[in-house]
Design a protein around this ligand. Structure first.
Ligand SMILES: [Zn+2]
Length: 468
């Protein structure tokens, strides 16, 4: 028992000694900081901040040159998106000894806004004219969009822009005004670019030319070509004018001198649109001839030509969707169902229904007798009741069986229209040889004083006698 007691006392003394020693030991050391960088720094708002760090050392009080590097705890709450003064604290503790270092960081705004000019390479200002703003924007890191605070002024061909942010930072920008003139004068014709006049009437060529910079330059227009009003035909006049910046404008006008001899010709084309319709439309455009198309739904791949023909001023009318005699002439309901199918196509292409149509085979056909006796008589009556107008023809091109020769098609048409006051000519744009003949037909007719018209509800209908 005694031995044990002595041992306990010795242990207690040892523990006390360790405590005293360690306290003494810690107090024999000191902590020092070596602060890299400055103790007080200024940083830009929103910009990067890299802390230069500090190093802490422990050294015996009696031997300050004997340094041992220590780990440093840092409390860095720096927010570069917050204006004003902030602190970074560095700590180190040994035993109950604690040392602190502080670095002051001040976040300031010295950055001006950024002005962005919108520039269009095509943009220019006419010499002597006021500059029209092309556009700009201004953005500040702190204030956000400051476009509406931008002030601009124009001086000696330069636009000066400036804007100041909430902290007095000013941004400026300059724009050199591009003075130029890239547009030629505009030539206007009093009566459009296709004029029709009667032979031997007086013709006064009326036009004006106005330039955006030079003003009225009508007297500078050079006109090539002339119109012989005593000789029917189509004449082309060419007008050329340049402005003071060398921008040239060229325009053409066609003058058609109509003979007093000729009559009116309604060119009608059935069974299209098809493979040759585009070519036909090009020819009609070239001579400014308006025709009538009795369309079918047989070649859906060419339906776009219905739209093109409509937009060019031609008349679009129903012929048939299927053009199948056995089907459409089997009953009135079958006929009108087929008719409506074609109307649907026309509406899709032109946006409008039409009241004009032509019976497949014409109103005088006898083929319908094979399918329904008397159906043509009933259909003609129903068409009138519905407000529709049907057309037959009084001139045949012969292109639906009699010939495939363009020269013969040409002769058939010329012979048919010659001396006739009003001609409704049956052609088929589904036949390429008819399209081959049509340009010569047009040239002959124009040179002989005939004029072309598209059919309307009030046109001559050229009705045949009904045979069924
Ligand atoms: Zn037909």
């Amino acid at each position: 028992m005694k031995k044990t007691g002595v041992l306990l006392v010795i242990i207690a003394i040892l523990i006390s000694l360790i405590g005293v020693m360690s306290t003494l030991t810690f107090n024999l050391y000191q902590i020092s900081f070596d602060m890299h960088g400055q103790e007080s720094v200024v940083r830009e708002y929103g910009g990067p901040y890299i802390d230069p760090e500090v190093t802490a050392y422990r050294s015996p009080v009696l031997m300050p040159f004997y340094k041992k590097e220590l780990y440093v705890s840092k409390f860095m709450h720096l927010d570069v998106n917050k204006m004003g003064e902030q602190e970074i604290e560095y700590h180190r503790k040994i035993g109950n000894k604690e040392e602190t270092a502080i670095r002051k960081v001040t976040v300031e705004d010295h950055k001006p806004p950024v002005i962005t000019l919108i520039t269009d390479p095509e943009y220019y200002t006419l010499p002597g004219h006021e500059y029209q703003e092309e556009g700009f924007s201004a953005f500040d890191k702190l204030d956000g969009d400051v476009t509406d605070k931008v002030i601009s002024r124009e001086e000696n061909g330069i636009v000066y822009y400036s804007v100041t942010d909430a902290h007095g930072n000013e941004a400026t920008a300059e724009r050199e005004i591009v003075y130029d003139d890239r547009k030629g004068p505009v030539i206007s014709f009093a009566n459009g670019d296709y004029v029709k006049i009667m032979a031997n009437s007086s013709y006064k060529d009326e036009y004006t030319a106005v330039d955006d910079l030079d003003g009225d330059v009508t007297d500078k227009v050079k006109v090539e070509g002339s119109v012989n009003t005593s000789s029917p035909g189509v004449y082309t006049l060419k007008y050329t004018v340049s402005d003071s910046y060398g921008n040239e404008t060229v325009r053409e006008k066609k003058v058609e001198v109509l003979s007093r001899r000729g009559g009116i010709i309604y060119l009608t084309f059935d069974d299209g649109p098809g493979a040759s319709t585009s070519r036909l439309l090009d020819i009609l455009d070239k001579y400014n001839v308006k025709a009538t198309f009795f369309v079918v739904g047989v070649y859906p791949g060419y339906f776009y030509n219905i739209k093109r023909a409509y937009e060019a001023g031609h008349t679009i009318a129903v012929h048939s969707y299927t053009h199948d005699y056995a089907r459409i002439y089997s009953s009135e309901s079958a006929y009108w169902a087929d008719f409506e199918n074609m109307q649907d196509v026309i509406v899709r292409q032109t946006g409008h229904r039409t009241n004009l149509f032509r019976f497949p085979g014409g109103s005088s056909n006898t083929v319908s007798r094979n399918y329904s006796y008397g159906i043509m008589t009933r259909l003609a009556q129903q068409a009138a009741d519905k407000g529709y107008v049907y057309f037959d023809w009084n001139v045949e091109s012969g292109d639906a069986g009699r010939t495939t020769d363009p020269a013969q098609v040409y002769r058939n048409i010329i012979n048919g229209v010659s001396g006739r006051k009003t001609s409704v000519v049956l052609c088929h744009d589904s036949k390429s040889y008819t399209v081959d003949a049509i340009e010569d037909v047009i040239i002959w007719c124009l040179n002989n004083g005939y004029s072309f018209q598209p059919l309307t509800e009030n046109s001559f209908t050229a009705h045949h006698g009904i045979n069924n």
